[in-house]
Design a protein around this ligand. Sequence first.
Ligand SMILES: NC(=O)c1ccc[n+]([C@@H]2O[C@H](COP(=O)([O-])OP(=O)(O)OC[C@H]3O[C@@H](n4cnc5c(N)ncnc54)[C@H](O)[C@@H]3O)[C@@H](O)[C@H]2O)c1
Ligand SMILES: O=C(O)CC[C@@H](O)C(=O)O
Length: 529
Amino acid sequence: MTAPKVLISDALSPAAVQIFKDRGIEVDFQPALGKDKEKLAEIIGNYDGLAIRSATKVTSAILAKATNLKVIGRAGIGVDNVDIPAATARGVIVMNTPFGNSITTAEHAIAMMFALAREIPAADASTQAGKWEKNRFMGVEITGKVLGIIGCGNIGSIVADRAVGLKMRVIAFDPFLSAERALELGVEKVELDDLLARAEIITLHTPMTPQTRNILSREALAKTRPGVRIINCARGGLVDEEALAELLKSGHVAGAALDVFVEEPATANPLFGLPNVVCTPHLGASTTEAQENVALQVAEQMSDYLLRGAISNAVNFPSITAEEAPRLKPYISLAEKLGSFAGQLTETDIKTIRIVYEGDVAHMKIKALTSAAVAGLLRPALADINIVAAPSVARERGIVIEETTREKTGDHDSLITLEVETENLTRAVAGTIIAGTKPRIVQIKGINVEADLLPRMLYITNHDRPGFIGRIGTLLGENGINIAHMQFGRDFEGGNAIALVGIDQVVGETLLKEINTIPNVVQVKALTF
Ligand SMILES: NC(=O)c1ccc[n+]([C@@H]2O[C@H](COP(=O)([O-])OP(=O)(O)OC[C@H]3O[C@@H](n4cnc5c(N)ncnc54)[C@H](O)[C@@H]3O)[C@@H](O)[C@H]2O)c1
Ligand SMILES: O=C(O)CC[C@@H](O)C(=O)O
């Protein structure tokens, strides 16, 4: 196996390069490439992995050229510089490092708060200019002030913790913050309007989503207290920059500290040059400690995926640990084959996919197995579908996916049953793993029939009558088709029967039609796995 190749296209700590090398991965460190999208597009096709910070924009155009790419690792939190749907559609795993820079970023927000409260940047510039303007700079105390946190997740909670330590009164707006967590943090959970009306300092710590974009809109800013100070170390675009500039000029907002901007790199901005505006160039995560943390973590995560199939902190696929990966692999193959089996037999629109996981498999990462089953099921219709994209593609097509887990009920230690419902029928197929690694089908439409799934197979349904087996064997033999195995099942004597025939050659349309003329044959279908 040739070593996977990773491109680092942003300024990651050299610690990442070392990790990749130590793990036997070829690494190309080109920290300025993120700013050169033409060059990136030209070479991205050579790499299995891409490690980035925020400068590299992984657009759908870049992804279209990334023909070998398997994983994008973001050394940081926000993945808004990656086109996730486009990556997902191409089966590229996108991972981030959700905690490595949280403390550092929270500290930056606190530093910004002090900078605003005491006008430190302006006082520094004035002093170094020899002005000694002791009367110009009159600050405010932090102690006892009401801090309003919008978004109280990893970073917001660290800010809350530090602010409580500074004897501030902390209120937080976050629809996903539980009452227990708020109590634990010592913050008062409030609605947005309440926060806007009460906070003397507001700090933003939400991701950029359609709900949070412009959360501090012109209207929201108008509801704030006169003299409010605003800090944004999360994402540009959470605050209306034009409206904020106007309120700073009118004196309603006493100060604003911004680490992030609608347009980055920010070379011109409506806020630049206004009194008591403090700006940093997206430095929230820029400490030696945080950069070391995120670089090490992203390199480990990407290596684990490329070398061992382990997935952690992926934003578009469930996590799989390095220990789980080898155990899960045969079940992923089984789930995909069961899906493929049902998909090849389903010609009309699928309405619902129901998957039941029984026994040991019920305790595994079933989300990954479901993705594999859905990919297998959709592949006959959508040849390029991949396991990462499959569930979202299915949902886009209005297909309902239902998963159930339960303890072992029958003979098999693990059993996966896939049921597909279309307008006209419901089809179920079940399988298990034997000898630890081999996928085997064990039931079709409730009829027990045990068979290995070979690359070429025939699926035949017939009425259970004497003479069928001899005829099918003769017909295949006469046409030069070698039978690898032949398995039968029936619901009861003389009832409905199923034959699964593993074959070594391709069966053409003419022969399929001829098989269909054998007395008592109901349906015959050539399948490939
Ligand atoms: N400036 C920097 O260099 C820097 C560094 C790291 C992170 N960040 C950014 O900081 C932000 C927060 O990161 P995090 O790690 O704390 O994320 P997180 O996911 O841990 O927390 C985000 C919080 O926002 C809340 N939230 C989501 N939608 C909301 C809404 N509509 N209203 C209010 N709250 C909402 C979530 O419930 C969650 O608790 C992200 O945007 C991240 O990209 C910036
Ligand atoms: O990489 C950086 O410097 C910024 C990272 C930050 O925006 C993040 O979301 O983690």
